[in-house]
Design a protein around this ligand. Sequence first.
Ligand SMILES: [Zn+2]
Length: 131
Amino acid sequence: MARNLAELSDPFFAAAAEGRLVIPRCDQCNRFFFYPTVLCPHCHTMGHTWVEAAGTARVYSFTAVYRAPAINVPTPYVVGVVELPEGIRMMTNIVDCSADDVSIGMPVKVRFGANWEGRQLPFFAPADSSD
Ligand SMILES: [Zn+2]
């Protein structure tokens, strides 16, 4: 079991570094949840298994950011919440398209890339875009 909250998310980032999107599934009720927590938010029991997600989603909500939070962060960029077919929502960046091309309900697929700190993370791009 994770000794602290940061360790709870280690499997997520380790998989992302390998280009895999994994999400926790409760060992008791078999429902997915996100973000990772000690107790399942559905049945409040401990124990989960990291499972590879399908990698598809739809845009649930989004906003375009035009003011950089730090030096060397290119703008504009799109921050979105996407809804995965596994039934969870995840905050991410919508990439490979302009902010004007993003819409609620738009099909997207996972695409891994480095964030401005150089850490590899799952982003989401329009599902009809090429890799
Ligand atoms: Zn559960």
